[in-house]
Design a protein around this ligand. Structure first.
Ligand code: BES
Ligand code: ZN
Ligand code: ZN
Length: 507
């Protein structure tokens, strides 16, 4: 992970391989850009005149300083119109700049925390300065994620160039304490998101339920968290027929991982986070087609987010109580696997007719949600790569959120907009709850084909297990994995950690 520090240098006198300057969209350079432009004999003005650079979001201009600055190179990155700048745009611009710097083989970079690019700060909202610094640090650190645990010889002998150091220059000396706090928070967030991405990136033959449990135990040892792992025997005693049913086709034993973090009085009801931990989803007897099946190693993204959120919350010492619950299992076909038509008895006592063994996420979640009731939670949030349908509805741009409490959903939306990890609400109308009632058991795990709304019927199935307290289900099948974005790399995004940390910080 990148090292981050601050230095109170003047940008013109700062020695670095690459000085990055976030710039607002404007007609010609102003503020600090003007000073740098003068030192560069008008090179930036000419770029503006020729429209090589205007400051549009994520636009970049890399200039060699040809000895005119102490910095070897100057990298301008656009953040869009100063009036419309948000923390998310700063985060994106920082990620874009960091990736270009790495491609350019720079080993260290400096970012000048240019408050001119943030109209609201210039207008006196100084409190936002910490967020500016935090966004630059997070955007940079998150963009420079690499997963090379399985790269051998070639790349180890001739390793790719990496940016290992980020220096932040505050605009004013009086901002130093704020920047220090932001750096410390950003480092913890980056580390947590990276650990979620690592877990998701590991293939199914490494990241088994047992591996997730070992990871959780290590995490608990390092932080002020307690960890409990229930195995098959304990699940049998508790009557977790749904979770056990999913794991039956696999040789990998299932695990129910429970992490408890108490940041305030134990008497205060906790927030419980439940994360789907299907370490590989073949579909089971309702086997998936081979194309892209390899990607189903990411079907434990909800689990990874849950574990990483507990890591972040405990390292940040947030004054909240949070319980993380991960039902982990591998979904395989096999001689003892569950079959379409089988009926399972869940821990809640409700019976479930399994009409499609590929709708296994809701089965493992059913028992985990029932287990969550032991904590008499204030609220329950579950995260799951539950349906391909959410990709049809929202693509990779937002997760679907469905729940039973408007206020909770509004607060999740707010956290999503602030962090760029957006959620979008879908309606849980009664008709969808009816659609998952079975003729011969209490529930069936898929609705009839004509019903449609696959993401909503998934949530409708979960509702009877979720309890009466506020509950929100977040379907992350579209957001947990995808193509490269300004501050994520191709593959695992680590979506949800920053969303939930922000949500819990603003309880
Ligand atoms: N793990 C999948 C959902 C998924 C799809 C995650 C694409 C990530 C990307 C889930 O277990 C599943 O297979 N869902 C089925 C449900 C259907 C059988 C009702 C689906 O979406 O097709
Ligand atoms: Zn499935
Ligand atoms: Zn699945």
């Amino acid at each position: 992970m990148i090292k981050i520090k601050q230095k109170s240098d003047k940008p013109l006198e700062h020695k670095t391989e690459c000085l990055i300057l976030p710039c607002p969209e404007e007609k010609k350079p102003s503020g600090m850009v003007q000073d740098l432009d003068a030192a560069l004999n008008g090179a930036i003005t000419r770029a503006f005149e020729n429209k090589y650079f205007t400051g549009k979001s994520n636009q970049t201009l890399l200039l060699n300083s040809t000895g005119c600055l102490k910095a070897d190179n100057l990298l301008l990155v656009g953040v869009g119109k100063a009036k419309e700048v948000t923390v998310e745009k700063i985060c994106q611009a920082s990620g874009t700049a960091a990736k270009l710097a790495e491609k350019s083989n720079f080993k260290s970079v400096t970012v000048f925390l240019n408050e001119c690019c943030f109209d609201q700060i210039s207008k006196g909202k100084g409190g936002l300065y910490g967020e500016l610094a935090g966004a630059v640090a997070e955007g940079t650190g998150l963009a420079l994620y690499h997963f090379d645990a399985y790269k051998s010889t070639d790349e180890k002998e001739d390793p790719p160039s990496r940016v290992g150091q980020l220096t932040l220059i505050p605009a004013l000396k009086t901002r130093q304490a704020t920047v220090e706090k932001s750096i410390s928070r950003a480092e913890k967030i980056i580390s947590a998101v990276h650990s979620a991405r690592d877990l998701i990136s590991h293939p199914g033959n490494t990241a088994t339920p047992t591996f997730l449990a070992e990871h959780a135990k290590k995490l608990a040892r390092k932080n002020k968290i307690t960890c409990k792992v229930l195995g098959k025997k304990e699940m049998e005693k508790l009557g977790m027929g749904a979770l056990l049913g999913v794991s039956r086709g696999s040789h990998e034993p299932p695990a129910l991982i429970v992490l408890e973090y108490y940041g305030t009085s134990k008497k205060k009801a906790p927030t419980v986070i439940v994360g789907k931990g299907v370490t590989f989803d073949t579909g089971g007897i309702s086997l998936k087609p081979p194309a892209s099946m390899d990607e189903m190693k990411m079907d434990m993204s909800g689990a990874a987010t849950t574990l990483a959120t507990l890591q972040a919350v405990s390292s940040l010492k947030l004054p909240v109580n949070v319980i993380g619950i991960v039902p982990a299992a591998e979904n395989m076909p096999g001689g003892s696997a569950i079959k379409p038509g089988d009926i399972l008895k869940s821990m809640s006592g409700k019976t479930i007719e399994v009409l499609n063994t590929d709708a296994e996420g809701r089965l493992v979640l059913a028992d985990a949600l029932t287990y969550a009731q032991r904590y008499e939670p204030k609220e329950v949030i579950d995260l799951a790569t539950l349906t391909g349908a959410v990709l049809m509805a929202l693509g990779h741009q937002a997760a679907a959120v469905i729940g039973n409490n408007a206020n909770m959903i509004a607060r999740l939306k707010k956290a999503g907009d602030a962090t760029g990890e957006r959620v979008w609400e879908l309606p849980l109308w009664e008709e969808f709850e009816t659609a998952v009632k079975s003729d011969i058991a209490d529930l069936k795990n898929i609705a009839a084909p004509g019903v449609g709304a696959g993401t909503i019927t998934g949530a409708a199935f979960l509702k009877p297990f979720a309890g009466d307290q506020p509950w929100a289900h977040i379907d992350i099948a579209g957001t947990a994995w995808g193509e490269e974005k300004p501050y994520t790399t191709k593959g695992a995004s680590g979506y949800g950690v920053r969303l939930l940390v922000h949500y819990l910080e603003h309880r």
